[in-house]
Design a protein around this ligand. Structure first.
Ligand code: UD1
Length: 366
């Protein structure tokens, strides 16, 4: 039996790999191995997703941890190269755009192992985002480019990628959302937090450009504090963001706004329960823009651009930038009932994992 080796490392990878892994397991024609690079290592950033998504524990753990971009990418490469020599996989599958994705792609390409990229073709055209570099290089090296939307296909064509390598499969992360939504909504998450459906906002911010500089982040906190006078704003805090709050001594500004509730990172199901019943989502995450579109919850993206333009052209997303005045204004619009309505993009239908499994099977058949 041929072997597919899935490389995962950071929180947003897990919900994309789970449906692919499940679909391959159901077909039963390929052997699978999961390698966790260890880019994310806190239980709340990693383990909880495996258990909640029904993803088997990783077969191998590289334990690389945090570091600079070069350190993290290089450490994954050194360890993964050894794993490949030992395991001799027939296909390496990487997902998304994190440093572990890039490292997996480079190792596969140099070891002449066929490479698949799940979530290929997304482009913000903003090279100040480390993820943009990861996406461009990974797509250049991949043999199978599995895209979530037709605009991604178009981006790849413009870069000269052969048509025969591009497969429009839909959005694997949305497979997970659709599989778990009704279970999540039955959880007592809201009542435990004293929240009522559609009467609160959810916020996540973790992009270096928004949270690494204490002054920039304090201005955004101020805007959130202002919004929190109208509705509670629940803000699960990423470890990178927590660091800035501690080092920038921002605890005092946070406590000035009683409606602004900074909490620990949440598991997949509790967070889905929270987002699916929110009145408004404010974020700089890529995945959450897509989830908001499928959940039909208005989303304000606190960035200057998005690699997921379909969430704007079809979905509920508005890219508002990071000017605190604009953020407050747009939030007010949504909260007064003028949030954007959207439609669910093509092939965000819960079947992306099956389409990918079929493509892997065909690519690996003799
Ligand atoms: C990474 C991805 C980003 C993704 C995000 C999702 C890259 C370049 N960035 O960013 O695309 O949106 O994950 O979460 O790959 N830390 C912990 N515990 C952990 C993990 C991290 O405390 O389990 C802290 C460490 O201080 C670390 C910092 O968070 O230095 C940043 O972690 P890192 O993985 O380097 O980048 P993220 O900001 O998480």
């Amino acid at each position: 039996m041929k072997t597919v080796l899935h490389v995962v490392g950071a929180r947003p990878n897990f919900m994309k790999v789970a449906p692919v892994h499940r679909a391959i397991a159901e077909r039963g024609s390929l052997r699978q191995r999961i390698v966790h690079t260890g880019q994310h290592y806190d239980a709340s950033m990693s383990d909880v997703f495996f258990s909640e998504l029904g993803l088997p524990a990783p077969d191998l753990h590289l334990g690389v941890g945090s570091g600079s971009h070069a350190e993290q990418t290089a450490k994954v490469m050194v360890e993964l190269e050894k794993v490949c020599a030992r395991e001799n996989p027939d296909l390496i599958s990487v997902v998304g755009d994190v440093n572990s994705t890039l490292a997996g792609a480079l190792v596969a390409a140099k070891a002449l192992i066929p490479l698949a990229h799940v979530e290929a073709g997304l482009r913000s055209y903003d090279r100040t985002m480390p993820e943009e570099i990861n996406r461009m290089v990974t797509d250049r090296l991949a043999d199978l480019l599995l895209t979530p939307s037709r605009d991604a296909d178009e981006n790849l064509r413009k870069e000269g990628i052969e048509e025969s390598r591009i497969f429009f499969v839909g959005n694997a992360m949305i497979d997970s959302l659709l599989a778990f939504k009704s279970r999540a909504e039955k959880l007592p998450t809201l009542s435990q937090m004293g929240l009522r459906p559609r009467q609160y906002a959810v916020c996540t911010l973790h992009r270096p450009s928004n949270v690494d500089d204490a002054e920039t982040f304090a201005a955004l906190l101020d805007a959130l504090g202002h919004i929190a006078r109208s509705v509670p704003v629940v803000f699960p805090v990423h470890p990178r963001t927590r660091k800035t709050i501690a080092e920038g001594k921002l605890e005092a500004s946070v406590s000035r706004y009683p409606g602004l509730r900074l909490i620990e990172p949440m598991g997949y199901l509790d967070f889905l329960s929270l987002t699916s019943q929110a009145a408004l989502i404010l974020t700089d995450s890529g995945g959450l823009q897509e989830e908001a579109t499928v959940l039909d919850v208005p989303c304000l993206t606190l960035r200057e651009n998005t690699e997921r333009p379909i969430t704007v052209t079809m979905g509920t997303n508005v890219v508002v930038g990071t000017d605190p005045e604009r953020v407050k204004l747009e939030a007010q619009k949504v909260l007064s009932g003028h949030g954007k309505k959207g439609r669910v993009p093509e092939r965000w239908d819960g079947q992306a994992g099956s389409r990918i499994a079929e493509i892997f099977e065909r690519a690996l058949s003799p």
